[in-house]
Design a protein around this ligand. Structure first.
Ligand SMILES: [Zn+2]
Length: 639
C-alpha cells in the first residue's frame, strides 16, 4: 500500500505539471487525480471493513501525505494562473453545460481558499486557519474532558426506580469497570438519555441535566473564551475573502447560497411549527398535572407516549427479514427507475458474507455499474451505515460505475434469517438511494458526478427512498412475515405511523433552534456581548420548558465548533434536506408510489445529473417549482 500510494502521488505530481502546461488545464484537472483517488478509495474502504493493525499503520502513514497534496492544490499559483488564463481564452469562454459549471466552481473554490489575495492577505489567512484548527481542537477536547469528568454514583438501589433493566445493568458494569460498587451513570449518550427518559427521581434528573448543559462552561474545561475566539476568527476569514459573514462564505457553494436564504427558511418553518409546539407542551403539562422543568420533559413525554401510543417495536421484526427487504427494495426501485438489479456470483470480496450486484438499464440492457453490499457487523469493521464509491465510470462511454453499501444490521441468529427493526429497513433504503445517485450518474465531468453535490442537496436521493418504508402499497411488497408470508397487520401499521409523529412539533422545534442559534452566532452576534447569554436568549423560545439563567448548551455544541468549518453555519441543512425529500415525494403520492413516469423523471433530472447543474435548477426541473415546506409539516403531523 505505502509504495503504491507513493508512486501514485509522484504520478499525480507529474500530472499536475502536465495540467499546468496543458492547453486545456481544466480538462486535465478533472482527471489529474483519478488514479490516486481510486487507490485511496480502496485503501480507505478496506480500512473501514477489514482492518488489521498492519493495514491501519499503512493507512495512517499514507493519509497525511495525500491530504497535504490535495490541500496544496488551491495554493498552487501556477495552477491558478493556468486556470485563469484558460478561462479568459476563447476555449474557456466557449464552454457550456457541465464543463462550464466546473470552470466556475473551480475558480470560486480557489478564490474561497484565498488564491486572489495579496501576499499579506494570504499570510493572514494561513494564520487564521492554524488558529482555528487549534481553537476548535481544544474546544472539542474540553467537551470530551468535561463529559468524562462527571459521574453519578448511586449506591441506594431505591434511587434507580423507573430505569429499564438494561440501563441498570450497564450502570452496574460501568461502576465495576472503575472498581466501585453500586451503579455509575455518566453524561455519555446512552447513560444520559436513559436517566432523562426513565429515572423517577426528579432532583437527581435535575442534577444530571444541569451538569450536561454546563459542559465546557466552567474551569478547567472552559470553552467560553474559545467560542468567542472561533467566531471572531471565522468572521475575520469571511471578511478577508470578501464575504459579508461566515454564513455567506460557507453557503456560497451550497443550494441555499446565502445565510439570508437559510435564515428565512428556518424562520418560516418556525412560525408554522410554533402553534402545534405550544399545544403539545400544554397537553404534556396537563398529562403530568403540573408545570414542567427542562429535566422533566423527556421523562413525562415518555410516560405520555407509553399511555397513548405504546406498541412494541420488536413486534415488527418478523415482517422485516433482510432478504425480503432487499428483494422488495430492488423490485420497487426496479419498477420506478427502469433498472434491473441482479446478484453477481463468484465475485471475490473482503468477506464471505459480502454480496455483489450489477445494475442494468431495463430498456437498453446497458450495464450501468455494480456494487458490493456488506450488511452485518464484524470486529474488523467500523460502526454505522454508509455508501461509498470506488470507481466513477461514465456509462455514456460504457465505463460502468462501482460502489458499495455497508451496514451494521441485526445479524441472523438461532437458525432464523436476519430480522430487522423498521429503522434498519429504512437505513437500507437510505443508503441504496445514495448508491443509485452514484450508479445512475451520467455526468461527463468526473469531479461533478454522482454524489459530489452540495451538502444541503446530497441527502435528497437517500432520504426520499425512506418514504417507501411508510406506504401501505410498498410495504405490502416487502414487509411480509418471514414464516407465514402474511402482510404487516393494519393495526401495527397504524401504531407505527402514530408513534412516528408523537411530539413531532417538539422534535422539529429542537432542530430549528439549533439551526437558528447556529446562524445567529455566525451572522448576528455583535462580537462583544456575552456569547453564552446570547445563545441562551436565542434558544429560549425553542425549549419546551423555561431554561435556567446559566444554561450553556452552546459551550458543549461540538457539531458547530469541533473543527474549522464542520457544521458551522450549516446546521439548517438537516431540515433543508427533509423539506426537499418530503416535497419531492408528493409527486409519487399524487401520481402513484410505483409511477415509472415520475421515477423516470427523478432518475433523469436528479439522480443522473450529479452536480452538473445548480441543484435549485435540477429541483425545479423535477417539481416545476421551488421546494414547499408544507409536505414536511404534513409528514410530521403538523398540519
Ligand atoms: Zn445519508
Amino acid at each position: 500500500m505505502e509504495p503504491a500510494i507513493d508512486e501514485l502521488l509522484a504520478d499525480a505530481n507529474r500530472r499536475l505539471g502536465e495540467t499546468i502546461a496543458s492547453p486545456q488545464p481544466l480538462h486535465a484537472l478533472d482527471s489529474m487525480t483519478e488514479r490516486l483517488e481510486y487507490a485511496m478509495n480502496v485503501v480507505r474502504h478496506l480500512e473501514s471493513v477489514a482492518t488489521t493493525p498492519e493495514l491501519r499503520a499503512a493507512f495512517n502513514a499514507v493519509q497525511p501525505k495525500v491530504s497535504v497534496f490535495y490541500s496544496s492544490l488551491t495554493l498552487n499559483e501556477d495552477l491558478w494562473n493556468a486556470i485563469k488564463r484558460y478561462a479568459a481564452s476563447d476555449g474557456g469562454r466557449a464552454l457550456t453545460g457541465a464543463m462550464k459549471r466546473y470552470q466556475t466552481k473551480t475558480i470560486d473554490s480557489f478564490r474561497r481558499h484565498g488564491a486572489d489575495l495579496p501576499p499579506a492577505g494570504k499570510a493572514r489567512l494561513k494564520e487564521i486557519d492554524v488558529a482555528l484548527t487549534e481553537a476548535t481542537t481544544k474546544f472539542s477536547e474540553n467537551v470530551l474532558d468535561s463529559t468524562n469528568a462527571y459521574e453519578l454514583l448511586i449506591t441506594d438501589e431505591g434511587q434507580l426506580a423507573g430505569l429499564p433493566p438494561a440501563a441498570i445493568a450497564a450502570a452496574r458494569a460501568s461502576a465495576g469497570s472503575k472498581g466501585k460498587s453500586g451503579w455509575r451513570f455518566t453524561l455519555h449518550g446512552p447513560s444520559y438519555s436513559a436517566l432523562m427518559t426513565y429515572l423517577d427521581d426528579g432532583p437527581l434528573r435535575e442534577q444530571v441535566w444541569r451538569a450536561y448543559n454546563l459542559r465546557g462552561a466552567e474551569a478547567p474545561y472552559d470553552n467560553r473564551g474559545l467560542l468567542k475566539k472561533i467566531l471572531d476568527l471565522r468572521r475575520e476569514k469571511a471578511l478577508l475573502l470578501g464575504f459579508h459573514d461566515f454564513a455567506d462564505l460557507v453557503l456560497d457553494d451550497r443550494m441555499a447560497r446565502t445565510g439570508d436564504t437559510a435564515q428565512k427558511f428556518l424562520d418560516d418553518l418556525r412560525v408554522r411549527t410554533e402553534p402545534r409546539f405550544k399545544e403539545e407542551n400544554a397537553a404534556l403539562e396537563k398529562f403530568a398535572g403540573r408545570a414542567l422543568e427542562p429535566w422533566d420533559v423527556g421523562y413525562w413525554a415518555e410516560k405520555q407516549r407509553a399511555a397513548l401510543y405504546d406498541f412494541d417495536e420488536e413486534a415488527l421484526r418478523p415482517y422485516f427479514s433482510l432478504q425480503n427487504v432487499v428483494a422488495g427494495m430492488f423490485e420497487i426501485f426496479g419498477r420506478i427507475f427502469g433498472i434491473r438489479v441482479e446478484q453477481e456470483t463468484g465475485v471475490p470480496a473482503w468477506d464471505s458474507e459480502v454480496k455483489c450486484y450489477a445494475i442494468h438499464d431495463a430498456a437498453s440492457g446497458a450495464n450501468l455499474g455494480s456494487f458490493y453490499a456488506d450488511w452485518y457487523p464484524r470486529e474488523n469493521k467500523r460502526g454505522g451505515a454508509w455508501m461509498d464509491s470506488l470507481i466513477t465510470g461514465n456509462p455514456g462511454e460504457r465505463r460502468p460505475h462501482l460502489g458499495l453499501i455497508c451496514g451494521n444490521l441485526t445479524p441472523p441468529v438461532d437458525g432464523k434469517p436476519a430480522l430487522l427493526t423498521h429503522r434498519e429497513a429504512e437505513t437500507i433504503f437510505h443508503e441504496f438511494g445514495h448508491l443509485l445517485h452514484h450508479l445512475l450518474s451520467r455526468v461527463e465531468v468526473r469531479s461533478l458526478a454522482g454524489t459530489s453535490v452540495p451538502w444541503d442537496f446530497v441527502e435528497l436521493p437517500s432520504q426520499i427512498m425512506e418514504n417507501w418504508c411508510w406506504e401501505r402499497e410498498s410495504l405490502d411488497l416487502f414487509a411480509r412475515h418471514w414464516q407465514t408470508g402474511e402482510r404487516l397487520p393494519e393495526e401495527l401499521f397504524q401504531k407505527m405511523k402514530r408513534a412516528k409523529t408523537f411530539r413531532g412539533a417538539n422534535m422539529q422545534m429542537r432542530q430549528l433552534g439549533f439551526g437558528i442559534v447556529d446562524l445567529a452566532l455566525h451572522r448576528l452576534w455583535d462580537g462583544n456581548s456575552d456569547v453564552v447569554k446570547f445563545a441562551r436568549s436565542v434558544l429560549v423560545p425553542f425549549a419546551a420548558a423555561p431554561l435556567p439563567e446559566d444554561y450553556a448548551m452552546i459551550t458543549g455544541f461540538t457539531h458547530l465548533f469541533s473543527n474549522p468549518v464542520g457544521y458551522g453555519a450549516g446546521y439548517y441543512s438537516y431540515k433543508w434536506a427533509e423539506v426537499l425529500d418530503a416535497d419531492a415525494f408528493t409527486r409519487f403520492r399524487k401520481e402513484g408510489v410505483f409511477s415509472a413516469n415520475v421515477g423516470g423523471e427523478f432518475r433523469d433530472k436528479i439522480l443522473a445529473r450529479g452536480d452538473s447543474e445548480d441543484p435549485a435548477v435540477l429541483y425545479r426541473s423535477f417539481m416545476g417549482r421551488d421546494p414547499d415546506p408544507n409536505a414536511l409539516l404534513e409528514r410530521n403531523g403538523l398540519l
